[in-house]
Design a protein around this ligand. Structure first.
Ligand code: F6R
Length: 236
């Protein structure tokens, strides 16, 4: 595991963007696994800046996002599809047809999980997966549980996760209680993983996830078994 200490959020974002742009420069048709939340916003901003300068080209990239709330449409500003369009896709030359986010409005959630799982397999898996980490150790929306859920699945969100994400909604009641998330196997089968953690409130969970016991009660702890993980962190 490669641990990189950053000096604040801007530095963290630049370092994370460096890892992603190196991936895309070395393999222009990379499959990037992407994340939402507050942590990667600066990384996306940095990548957009480098794209505008002509330093990185996303025209051959395919993306698969980790997760999406269940029951909200892609046009809903709280949806993760909307987030990705707003913070990244609309500003770079990635082909919109090659961007994938689980469909939170699919008629049949179970079928949607099977479709998403097959999509990742058909793409040949993920070259580089970007991850944030929840305060309870979740990655994607793989919440603490008694066993690791391997494949894309519908998940009941933890109350703590709903509270943490309420900052993006008008009220806690509006935060969906379910989501579709990529499973632990798809994440673990990614060739490379880039985990970013920003702020003093992430220090404790990062310590436990990377140096404590590997347990489904702290889903990110499974990353200890991955052969190529880079963690960029700033606890300032
Ligand atoms: C987002 C996701 C989540 C977040 C995590 C941290 O797609 O999968 O696991 O990465 O909740 O969120 P922030 O970055 O807002 O602290």
């Amino acid at each position: 595991m490669n641990l990189i200490k950053a000096n604040g959020y801007k530095d963290l974002s630049r370092k994370a963007a460096n890892v992603i742009s190196a991936q895309v420069i070395l393999k222009p048709n990379s499959v990037l696994g992407l994340a939402t939340g507050s942590s990667p916003i600066g990384t996306y901003e940095q990548l957009i800046e480098w794209y505008q300068k002509g330093d990185v080209d996303f025209s051959k990239v395919t993306s698969v996002n980790l997760d999406e709330y269940w029951g909200i449409s892609p046009e809903n500003p709280q949806s993760y599809r909307y987030f990705m369009n707003q913070h990244f896709f609309s500003h770079v030359n990635i082909n919109p047809l090659n961007t994938n986010v689980p469909n939170g409005l699919a008629n049949d959630p179970e079928e949607e999980c099977i479709r998403y799982e097959k999509l990742i397999a058909d793409l040949g898996g993920i070259d580089l997966q970007l991850l944030g980490i929840g305060h309870n150790g979740h990655i994607g929306f793989n919440e603490p549980d008694v066993s690791f859920e391997k494949t894309t699945h519908v998940v009941e969100l933890d109350e703590t996760t709903r509270q943490a994400n309420a900052r993006f909604f008008q009220s806690l009641e509006e935060v969906p209680d379910k989501a579709i998330t990529m499973g632990i196997r798809s994440i673990m089968q990614s060739k490379k993983i880039l985990l970013i953690a920003n702020g003093p409130d992430k220090q404790d969970i990062i310590q436990k996830a990377l140096f404590g016991p590997v347990t489904p009660e702290l889903p990110a702890s499974i990353l200890q078994f991955h052969p190529d993980v880079t963690v960029v962190y700033s606890f300032e």
